[in-house]
Design a protein around this ligand. Sequence first.
Ligand code: B12
Length: 424
Amino acid sequence: MFGTALGIGVLLALVGCTATEGCVAPQDMVSQLLQRLEGSVNFEEAANPSVLLAMNLAGGDSDGPIHKWLLQEIKEEAVRRAQKDMTSGQVALHVLALLSSCQDPQHVHALEQTLDLIRVLQQKTDEEMAKLEAEGVPNTTLYSLALDTLALCLAEAGGAQGPSVALAKQLLSPERHLSVDTRAMVALALSCVYNYVELQDVQQLLQQALWTVSNSFLDEQEKRNGMIGNIYSMGLALQALEATRKFYAPRKWDCAQAFSVVYADYQQPMAMAQVLPALVGRSYLDVAGLDCAATKDMFPSRQLPLSPKLGTRGIPRASIQVHYSITNKLQGKHFHYSTTVTVPSGSTLLRVMEVAAEENPQTFSFQTEQTSWGPYVTSIHGLAGSKDDRTYWQFLSAGNALEEGVGTYKPHDGEHIQAIFSTY
Ligand code: B12
């Protein structure tokens, strides 16, 4: 693992930057990430539209079996679930994946049906907007509303301008502290809409929002030696800086410095999928400009799986102790419980929680749901987060929110992990 990280770090030192073409990482590195992304695809699990989108943008082999399987599954999933139980953002990701595969999202054929996925997206976006206007928050999140707007805009369908104005206002509002990921997704959406808007005052508003967000990213990069947000927001931040060049001109972007931060040995397919387009100098905006007539074969076909994991079976691992507490001071009957569990070193937080629950199920039982980023903790001690109340279980260490989920984060010996029922 360390070897891969180091390799990527060294390769990144070679990032190529030109004023006209933008920044491109060395092809070896792109191929390696692309291979690992393809290797992460599991035919037993739900197909992830962000993975197909990234493969298409990074020039993956569109005739390969993985690509074909993903595309077919994404179409079937859209026909099966889009109307009933997908959020607007999930529909938007399916639209982007289809557009990047040169498919018409207005006519999705699968399972002997045809679905107009754009219509579904327009309806769900309207619902998000109605809630935002009435209550100041959308049904899901501003991140999802930005995805919706981006997908509607790239599909050249109606309905992107209203949300883009609302998003620009949210972005410029001093009371709103939007995360880097959300601001980056909003920037991608606004830069698409900007190209189509005719009304001058709308154009000015979008321009102001885009100037503000791109300059704030450049300022943060300068202050933090390349980092914008955390390593998992870098993918979208790089894409946004790539797509908004004209809004911060004549200011220059030291893209080599920003790329140098993306040294991480990303394990999660979602993390790889968000960073890959940026490494080939592209962003989600380039979905619209893909050459659907050309046969894409930038990289030789390959069947490599994920980087080999070190075999751990048979090698005894030292134990560590992790202090774990759960707190609810927000809703219903308040509670606070603590425990200390012993697990093999290198265990994930999920394992720590499982051991706590095995030892004391009455108190520490919990539930998870599989998502594109891995297992998401939906409830602890019988108390579940809710989309309506905008509550969730937040995880902290030494008072700081963890930057990874329970399936990825590996606590160290003596660490105190807190799960606190919070609002977002
Ligand atoms: C919105 C959001 C949230 C919202 C989701 C609420 C909602 N109803 O939408 C809230 C605030 C609850 C949230 C919580 C967390 N989040 Co969050 N979140 C995001 C964000 C900005 C957008 C996700 C999204 O809407 N995608 C679009 C929709 C259409 O796709 P989706 O697959 O349906 O999205 C779902 C999942 O992404 C899931 N989700 C959201 N965050 C996380 C985090 C983890 C670890 C998992 C497994 C799932 C998950 O909720 C989404 C909506 O249902 C991403 C940014 C990004 N770059 O992707 C970060 C992001 C995914 N979150 C992150 C983190 C770390 C967390 C927390 C672990 C933070 C913490 N310290 O507690 C918690 C999860 C704890 C838990 N209970 O398991 C990281 C994950 C990094 C990683 N390597 O795993 C990201 C990338 C942000 C970042 N740059 O650090 N998050």
